[in-house]
Design a protein around this ligand. Sequence first.
Ligand code: GFB
Length: 436
Amino acid sequence: MHIVCVPLATIITVILCIQLTFTTQSFEFCGKDFDTAGCNEPSVTKSVPRYVLYDVNPPEGFNLRRDVYMRMAIFVKKLKKFEDCHLVLPPWGQLYHWQSTDVGRQDMLPWSLFFDIPSLRKFAPVMEMHEFLQEFGSLMLDVVYVLQHYKGMWESNQWVQKFEIEPCHEKHRYSRSENGMYKGWFWGYPNITATEVHCLSFHGHASHLKGVLQNLKARAVMFDHAEVALHDVFGDALYWKARRSMRFSSGLVKLAGSFRMEYLNSTDETDGTVRPGDWTKEKAHSDVTGGPYMCVHLRRKDFLWGRPKQVPSIRGAAKQMKVHLEQLGLTTVFVATDAPLEEFEELQRHLQEYQVLQYEPSQVVKHTYKDGGIAIIEQIICSHARFFTGTYESTFSFRIQEEREIMGFPPENTFNRLCGDGEEKCSQPSRWRIVF
Ligand code: GFB
């Protein structure tokens, strides 16, 4: 067993490191407490970088996954100070909500389809899966840690960051094949395998994962169920930097821009939403007017049974939209929705005196950008509206609110949601204001 130890500051830690080379099993880490003496040194060197890979609980949707990315990007950005490392962007695919059958395959999609990679790289050292496979030169990951919550964790009042390998609480998606390697779900790549798979009970912030890597010689380390790790700090300036770096790919921005111009009389120049090309140059302000339309994110489908009290009927939504449109003196509403066509048409019937629009992609756009890209185009259009109202607890709505915070809309035109039919005066979303 060989562990790479970089020059250590004191003789004591050198001894500790040598001891570990004899006692550590394959890909074991230092221990529960990564601040233990001898556990604070990087385990890979400049010439031998580490690759951090991750995946998320399969049923989670696109916009919750974006949040998990931010936790991991902040973790790896901080880790970079200790060792040479990269965050491998998990290819998109097989999401529960992506149900269109006329858009071609919806798996193994690179991040560049949806996001601007140079912008992401201005925040954290990220790479696409194909770049990783080329650079790493192997299809065999060293180790997969399947994160899980500690049993009974929520019952104890003590908040202590900790982790340890424990028996798996639930069956995971990896199994050993005849050659001893683990096969399973690796973002749809059939040839990727892993040498080891462990369940890791974890409680803490994403950056606490650093402890798992201490004195670990494994170079390709995957964290599955990365959503178990929490944000280091929710809503601070670093959080918002990570968020601001998530600019959409230029193709999607252009498509949304054409729709705004053609149907909504909206351009960045007239709306006051011209942004610096480089997100690091953005400044705080909250005086943006936006285009002459209102946007509603009308989440349907699984939310109808998941949150029946807070999601209005189509009639109830139309009634609320009318009130807003009258107050705003607007005649056009753009609707971002996962509703079937019949529901959208019903909404139009309730609002006949208004122009009620939704985005209708061409076949080429659908094939190119797929369900994920169409949803982003709708989010971009909503982000530029004069007034936005979303759906209770939808991360799709939250991401629009964040985008509007970044662009500088007044909060009262952003942090709104539709109320359920039976809700008298419903509570409005928390105002998570941007911090620079
Ligand atoms: O994005 P998301 O995590 O938001 O998942 P929620 C919802 C998905 O449904 C989106 C589609 O990523 C889209 O694929 N979708 C939702 C939409 N609204 C629209 C829309 O207005 N237009 C278009 N084109 N597509 C959570 C899920 O959804 O809901 C969780 O993340 C779980 O996994 C929970 O299912 C109940 O936060 O709305």
